[in-house]
Design a protein around this ligand. Structure first.
Ligand code: 26W
Length: 832
């Protein structure tokens, strides 16, 4: 997968054949390269340089060291024409790049010394980097972990996505309430991107279709679009860890082809003159901050079509050899659909093969069904995207026609198999009625060679509850690939103390072979190792304490049990259950029923953004901050309970919070969290999990053992049974005095200066709706939290359990996930 064709003359020039030389990997060599970039790229002298100049020059220098490998790798992948993966994702939550690129290129020490040689503290430069927040949460971060593993495992692949000018909003709190600020991450420019306007693609929208029949009576359809924009690719390096490989992440930016209309300008209508530009740029302007409920906005569909059409054109135009026979596409590429957001790629692929390349429909469809696969990341019915046919037909008239034909032929097959079972036909139709819409998950399932969930339980529920008809109709199509996280960023980089301890005990191989962590089981029995391990956790708490003091003016007590819940704010994730635990503890002490000195000192850390349009989620954030400020200022619980809610939770903050945590809160209602990946990061960093049997928690518990996991709550079948029986949350309120006191305290206005109205909606939602059964799981949760307190009292036993969590969760490496995708779906062996 490499850059565009170069002209034959240039290609054969002796210099063109010479390998690109990387600068000398010595401290002197690095200093020279750094100063050259500072002076000639940034155009400043060291003496007059600003911190951002020095950061940019450092980044350019790291790039230079990786460039040779990148260019070589692209040429090699092109030459070998091996089968590769095109990962289509509307989101990539990349996090900061500098340290990951230094680590991958084995340059961390050299760069640190080189900066010292220049009188620069490299850490000051680290702080300059703005993390690219081109994602909402789990799905976006998973994509980032996956492309890291694909590069580290030398799998030919390219990640395609959108270069949003504004990423996920910056969260601030005003009087405890979330206020969103635009994320202008590109203000100072991004040193890690390489624009390639010469490889821009024209992307068409609107218009109508025309049918023509040639003299042989063959009917062809032509799309006569209404308008178009240009998609300009920006390449980002995706370096493999210590394998000399560098894959590409190609993100598309929308620009107007005729950016400026001089004629209109000269007529004095300046705004009109640039209207095309602003209109076009809007397409890649901003990431939609929803992570569960699609708003069905036209611009969102424009964004989805824009990047998949550009990616397919880029692949067919620039990645295939000129004489490539399209019949062999299934041996050459697999397009992985990261949820339904890119599924419009299916009718686009058909349009290109049939309308542009003149392929027969059946031949094209046979190829399409082998070249696509779909990963579903959710269980919430409201998160499954459906696009009204009038909107889709207006924006993409040809694609709607193609979807209709795909559906027609599919339903014919269903009829052949099941006869005229109208209910089944209606249930399975890609087109739903009232309003007439396209069910994107159904289209992805019909077109995909494989459909996978992201954890065992999720994949099972997908087959049994979400898409049962399709599982029956397509035996063998549904599979599972349990999520994973990259150990490079979330252990090696985020927790150097732990990484050092592991390498000391097991050697360095674990970073690319995480199952080797199993070797730590023996060390769990070694008191000395336990002491060292506990010291690493304490040191991480000190680091976090410094970060939170600097960042938010918070003071962290390192002797406290650090109880952490960081993830998007959503009612199914049940931050409200965590809050009821805190209020219960608080109420117990201030009411005098519980002796403060008998309470295990805890600090509760929250991190959570709410989708701006999600009112209840924003109210819950307000309530968490309100409870926090009352608890933190109440001398009766001083030194016992502390609530910290640092704003703007993102990858960079996660890298500080996760290594310091003692307890990982994974408390979603069973059957709602597809997998979770934070749960994996916490376990790999030695936090013990309190959780339900939901998503990947089930697999974590199976691996670490029941003694090293705090399980509570209903199982998924029990949830279904209670729901079927008719769930009355108020009954649980009546039956449980502890629960009643906690809810009553919130309802009383105790956390809102006595104003009961402020949080009344939250309280009544719990008492009369409680869709995610917070009240039903309350008593089991509180009981399990008491076990946590007791367990934490025996630090040595806790540390032993913590070591066993690290030792037994190597399975959750994203390298293992990628291996499963290769074995079960892609069949794209690494090219070594
Ligand atoms: C259109 C609105 C929208 C946007 C994003 C709907 C749904 C999404 C994502 C699928 C939500 C998401 O991030 N899902 C999370 O994906 C993770 C990676 O697989 C899982 O670990 C989480 O359980 C799942 O909630």
């Amino acid at each position: 997968m490499s850059a565009q064709e170069s002209t034959p003359a240039a290609a054969s020039h002796p210099l063109a054949l010479a390998p690109v030389a990387a600068p000398p990997a010595s401290v002197d060599g690095f200093v020279r390269e750094f100063l050259r970039n500072l002076n000639f790229e940034r155009g400043v002298a060291l003496s007059s340089s600003a911190p951002n100049d020095r950061y940019m020059a450092l980044a350019y220098t790291v790039r230079d060291y990786l460039m040779a490998r990148w260019l070589e790798d692209q040429a090699r992948q092109r030459e070998l024409q091996a089968k590769g993966v095109c990962y289509l994702s509307a989101e990539y939550l990349l996090g900061r790049q500098l340290d990951n690129n230094l680590l991958a290129a084995r340059l961390t020490e050299v760069a640190t010394e080189a900066m010292v040689a220049c009188g620069i503290d490299i850490d000051e430069l680290r702080q300059q980097e703005v993390e690219p927040g081109l994602g909402n949460g789990g799905l976006g971060r998973l994509a980032a972990c996956f492309i890291d593993s694909l590069a580290t495992m030398s799998v030919p692949s390219i990640g395609y996505g959108i270069r949003y000018e504004y990423g996920i909003f910056r969260q601030t709190f005003v009087d405890g309430q979330q206020v969103e600020q635009p994320d202008a991450w590109l203000t100072l420019g991004s040193p890690w991107e390489f624009p390639h306007p010469e490889a821009a693609q024209k992307i068409f929208f609107g218009g109508h279709t025309e049918k023509t029949t040639d003299e042989q009576g063959v009917e062809t359809t032509t799309w006569v679009p209404g308008w178009h924009v240009l998609a300009v690719p920006y390449n980002y390096m995706v370096p493999g860890y210590h394998n000399g490989r560098v894959n590409t992440l190609r993100l598309w930016r929308a620009v107007a082809s005729n950016a400026f209309d001089l004629r209109i300008f000269n007529s004095g209508d300046y705004e009109e003159a640039v209207r095309a530009q602003t209109f076009a740029e809007n397409i890649s302007k901003v990431l939609y901050p929803e992570d569960s409920t699609p708003q069905g906005k036209e611009l969102r569909l424009q964004q989805q079509y824009f990047f998949v059409a550009a990616s397919i054109a880029d692949f067919l135009d620039h990645q295939l050899s000129a004489d490539f026979d399209l019949e062999n596409l299934p041996e050459r590429v697999i397009f992985q659909l990261n949820d339904t957001h890119p599924v419009i790629a299916v009718p686009e692929f058909m349009r290109v093969l049939v309308d542009e390349r003149g392929m027969e429909w059946d031949a094209a469809w046979a190829i399409t069904q082998k070249c696509f696969a779909y990963t579903c990341h959710t269980l919430l019915p409201e998160a499954l995207e459906v696009w009204p046919v009038d909107l889709l037909g207006r924006l993409l008239p040809r694609h709607l026609e193609i979807i209709y034909r795909i559906n027609e032929e599919f339903l014919l097959e269903v009829r052949e198999r099941f006869g005229d079972d109208e209910l089944r036909i209606r249930n399975m139709s890609i087109i739903s009625e009232n309003p007439r819409s396209v069910r994107m998950a159904y289209l992805a399932t019909v077109a995909g060679a494989k459909v996978n969930g992201v954890a065992e339980l999720h994949s099972q529920l997908l087959r049994e509850k979400v898409l049962p008809d399709f599982d029956e109709f397509y035996p063998g199509k549904f599979t599972n690939v349990t999520n994973g996280v990259t150990p490079r960023r979330f252990v090696r980089l985020a927790n150097p103390g732990l990484a050092g301890l592991i390498t000391e005990a097991l050697g360095a191989g674990w970073t690319v072979d995480l199952e080797r962590l199993r070797g730590l089981e023996a060390f769990a029995e070694d008191p000395e190792f336990r002491v060292k391990f506990a010291e690493v956790k304490r040191a991480n708490k000190r680091i976090l304490s410094d970060v939170l003091r600097e960042r938010d003016g918070f003071v962290l007590n390192e002797d406290h049990l650090l109880d952490v819940m960081v993830k998007r704010l959503h009612e199914y994730k049940r931050q409200m259950l965590k809050l009821l635990h805190i209020v219960t503890e608080y109420e117990g002490i201030v009411s005098g029923r519980v002796e403060a000195s008998s309470v295990q000192p805890r600090t509760f850390i929250f991190g959570a953004k709410a989708a701006p349009g999600y009112a209840m989620a924003k109210r819950i954030i307000h309530l968490i901050n309100a409870v926090g400020s009352v608890v933190n200022d109440d001398p009766r619980v001083e030194g016992r309970l502390k609530v910290l809610f640092p704003p703007n939770y993102n990858v960079t903050l996660a890298e500080r919070v996760i290594p310091a945590a003692d307890l990982s809160e994974q408390i979603s209602l069973a059957g709602k969290e597809a997998s979770g990946t934070g749960n994996m990061k916490f376990a790999l960093n030695g936090a013990l999990t309190i959780g339900t049997d939901d998503g990947a928690n089930v697999e974590i518990r199976e691996l670490v053992g029941d003694d090293n996991f705090f399980l509570f709550g209903m199982t998924e079948p029990e949830v279904e049974a209670l729901w079927a029986k008719g769930y009355k949350p108020a009954e649980f309120y009546q039956a449980d005095s502890g629960l009643r006191r906690a809810i009553d305290l919130i309802a009383s206005g105790a956390f809102s200066d006595g104003d009961r109205s402020v949080f009344e909606p939250v309280v009544s939602n719990l008492l009369y709706d409680d869709r995610f059964m917070v009240l039903a799981d309350y008593s089991s949760y509180i009981a399990e939290q008491a076990k946590v307190d007791a367990a934490y009292g025996d630090q040595d036993a806790w540390t032993r359990a913590s070591i066993l969590n690290v030792a037994r969760t190597g399975f959750f490496s994203s390298d293992r996930s990628i291996r499963d995708y290769i074995d079960r779906i892609w069949h794209t062996p690494p090219i070594l």
